[in-house]
Ligand binder design. Structure first.
Ligand code: ATP
Ligand code: MG
Length: 420
């Protein structure tokens, strides 16, 4: 029997060679969010389970099937963060951010944990970039949030992704709509899947986006929220579209983008690749949640947010053949020959690192030949050799690894020599 230990199913190591790409994406996210005035927030990796039950909704897949929940010391129920919004709302309330200047604009880069069937683009631990805006009710805020995602993808060079937008109305217009929807569905209810049956009473709008083929057929022709909006919600949606045009965001109206819980209002949207054939293709999603802060015990506060899956962005980059010149360099490799030179090499390496250079030296007691080979492998721009002769003169023999040119340089002149 093998005693090897493997990473848990649905988790991934991000290996050193992939870190530059991850950093590129994370930095692009920070950069874009920063340009719109968003400030970063970091919340704990786990929270009270009831935060997600109330804040995500107990009719959602996340709460019904996907949470990693455990009992802490036989008492408190805790859950690994399956998404970022509920924790940010909790923090907004707990830290009294409703008395700060409004709107409060926050962004996060976080781990998420969901117990799902792993497949390409769907993991049990994954990463999200998300933003939340509190205190802004105006349609320009909806457009601004959608534009962040749009500009982010544009900055990374990702093409052929559409922003699909819809309106899920407000509790008032939804009430009338639900009557119509339920009247349409009632006669077919027994033919729908169990999820649909369960959602019929509590969250009927979700029947519209059921992925089960037979349900899709039965739901064909169902009344749509977008055709049943009240005047205020209709106006809001018209404005969102107008502002999206002004901000040069390409979008399509898609009435099947739904949410349906009471705290979701007006705008709902998803970013989906144009040739979307896979169920795990959504790159990001978001919407307005004017009722959420109140649902979680805070003062009545407008809110809107979005979350994008980093792994899904990586898939797009790969499929679209987008690469970045990611530098992986060592400025200097110091190659000592002999014990005395080694001490000097360590000392010089420290000084050069303090000067800001990326420096390696021998920690393997290798021969000069083996050290040169290693310096080549790590892409060292320069190798500085120190033998007895150099020690005596207080110099290093510096080899430019590209031109192969060798120059004797006094140690004091080395920073200047490398920077030239
Ligand atoms: P899906 O329909 O793919 O299950 P979702 O509606 O559950 O997505 P959200 O909760 O809206 O997703 O999360 C926002 C984004 O996070 C998604 O658009 C997707 O890019 C990403 N995401 C969600 N679940 C996973 C997962 N298990 N693995 C990787 N990325 C994910
Ligand atoms: Mg999901």
């Amino acid at each position: 029997m093998s005693n090897k230990i493997y990473a848990p199913k649905g988790t991934n190591d991000i290996l050193p060679e992939n870190i530059p790409l991850w950093e590129k994406i994370e930095n692009a996210a920070k950069d874009i969010a920063g340009r719109y005035g968003f400030k970063q927030i970091r919340t704990p990796e786990f929270e009270s389970t009831n935060l997600f039950e109330r804040g995500v909704g107990d009719t959602t897949d996340i709460v019904q099937k996907e949470m990693y929940t455990f009992t802490h010391r036989g008492k408190e129920s805790l859950t690994l963060k399956p998404e970022g919004t509920a924790p940010v709302v909790r923090s907004f309330i707990e830290n009294g951010m409703s008395s700060a200047a409004q709107p409060v604009k926050l962004f996060y880069l976080t781990n998420c944990f969901r117990c799902e069937n792993p497949q390409k683009g769907r993991y049990r631990q994954f990463h999200q970039f998300g933003i939340e805006v509190f205190g802004a009710e105006d349609a320009s805020s909806d457009a601004e949030v959608i534009s962040v995602a749009y500009e982010f993808l544009k900055e990374l060079g990702i093409k052929d992704v559409v922003a699909k937008v819809n309106s899920v109305g407000c509790p008032t217009c939804r009430k009338n709509y639900y009557e119509k929807l339920k009247a349409f569905i009632s006669p077919k209810l027994d033919k729908l899947c169990d999820d649909c049956k369960n959602r019929f009473e509590k969250n009927p709008m979700r029947l519209i986006d059921c992925k089960v083929e037979t349900c899709k057929e039965h739901i064909q022709g169902a009344p749509l929220m977008i055709d049943n909006l009240c005047t205020d919600c209709k106006d809001h949606f018209e404005k969102v579209k107008e502002y999206l045009d002004a901000m040069e965001v390409e979008y399509e109206v898609d009435p099947t983008i739904v949410r349906g819980l009471d705290y979701y209002t007006n705008t709902a949207f998803e970013f989906i690749p144009k040739d979307n054939t896979k169920s795990q293709a959504a790159i990001g999603a978001g919407g307005r949640y004017n009722g959420l802060v109140e649902t979680l015990g805070g003062p009545k506060t407008a809110g809107i947010g979005l979350a994008m899956g980093i792994e899904r962005i990586l898939i797009q980059l790969e499929e679209q053949g987008i690469t970045f010149p990611l530098e992986n360099v060592t400025d200097l490799y110091i190659a000592p020959m002999g014990e005395a030179a080694k001490t000097t090499a360590l000392k010089y390496a420290t000084i050069m690192r303090r000067e800001g250079f990326i420096v390696q030296t021998d920690v393997m007691n290798r021969s000069l030949k083996a050290q040169m080979k290693y310096a080549d492998k790590i892409n060292a721009k320069y190798v500085a050799m120190i033998g007895d002769e150099e020690l005596e003169k207080g110099v290093l023999l510096v080899r430019d690894m590209q031109t192969k040119e060798q120059t004797e340089v006094a140690f004091g002149d080395l920073p200047g020599f490398l920077r030239k």
